[in-house]
Design a protein around this ligand. Structure first.
Ligand code: FES
Length: 321
């Protein structure tokens, strides 16, 4: 990972969110409880970056830290770790060019040459302040490789010529159309779907019931039914023992009983045989700790498995039905 430092000179001494951003800040902060407000650091940094012409100055990071009552260093750590945060000024249109393998194999090198020729070195801002670019890792649109992200939009299925045209539009204030630059919808195949195009596959006609040839009254010409296969002798499957009323165990209510049955625990004898490790596993599944020991489920089950119901009820109390 590249070392990322922020540009202290370009950032000035102060930063303020735009008034209209306050509502968005409140929205993001509202997603987290009062004692977990720091969790909003990434969305707030993102909003600060948008209000600061597409990059994060050091005063902008401090403003976020002050609002979330975080040490400055914690916010710097987040901002310098994620490459979505830019730490030096960028152009009005900042091009993030994906250089990861699928885009590389599909021609990202040619796009890089266009950016270098028409904009300059990575992170250089053109004199008219309109363009800058950098290479980034996969942006998750590999199916439409090669691609770039410009501000919030993806431009996909690019060729050097198409990218050059897009940059020229942006330089001259004209609109550029984002999305795939070939005849396809999103990530669908170019030129439309080439397979599974038969409408009858979807209208239900292929799944209609057919007339069976061996039904009584079937036409004489119907082919003879295939001989029935020889009877197969299935091995006898041992039946599961009848389930005990696990709610007799004091502490096991209908909900826990249902969960036990779901786990395949049906009898007092099974619970009576639980090892400490099994108890831990069951507690982890139920989401509590030490309760099985505290309520002595295993000892209770042992007594109930032996048929000592009265003794059980006297010592532990009868579980609720
Ligand atoms: S490799 Fe370029 S978008 Fe995934």
């Amino acid at each position: 990972m590249a070392l990322r430092r922020f540009d202290l000179d370009a950032g000035g001494d102060s930063f303020a969110f735009k008034p209209e951003t306050e509502e968005k800040i409140a929205f993001w902060r509202g997603k987290y409880p009062a004692d977990k407000q720091r969790s909003a650091v990434i969305p707030l940094l993102w909003l600060a970056q948008k209000d600061n012409n597409g990059w994060l100055s050091e005063p902008a990071m401090r403003e976020v830290a002050d609002r979330l009552e975080m040490p400055y260093i914690r916010v710097y750590e987040v901002a310098t770790f994620y490459t979505m945060f830019r730490l030096q000024p960028v152009g009005k249109f900042h091009v993030q060019l994906c250089g990861t393998t699928p885009c590389q194999l599909r021609g990202a090198e040619g796009l890089k040459e266009v950016c270098t020729r028409e904009i300059g070195k990575p992170m250089h801002v053109t004199d008219d302040q309109r363009l800058s670019w950098e290479e980034v890792e996969c942006l998750g649109a590999c199916v439409n490789a090669p691609m770039v992200q410009i501000n919030d939009d993806y431009f996909e299925d690019l060729t050097p010529e198409i990218l050059s045209g897009i940059l020229s539009c942006l330089r001259n204030g004209a609109a550029a159309r984002p999305g795939p630059q070939v005849a396809r919808v999103n990530s669908a195949p170019e030129g439309g779907t080439p397979v599974l195009t038969d409408a009858s596959l979807y209208d239900g006609s292929k799944s209609r019931l057919r007339e069976l040839p061996n039904l009584p009254g079937a036409p004489a010409s119907a082919p003879a039914p295939a001989p029935a296969p020889a009877a197969k002798i299935e091995p006898e499957v041992p039946k599961a023992p009848a389930a005990d009323d696990l709610k007799r165990i004091n502490g096991v209510g209908p909900k826990f009983e249902a969960m036990l049955l779901e786990m395949g625990v049906r009898t007092f004898a099974q619970i009576a045989a639980w090892s400490p490790e099994t108890v831990d596993t069951v507690e982890a599944r139920f989401g509590f700790k030490d309760r099985i020991d505290r309520e002595k489920w295993v000892a209770q089950a042992r007594m109930l498995a032996d048929g000592r119901f009265d003794e059980h009820d006297l010592i532990f109390g009868r579980g609720k039905d």
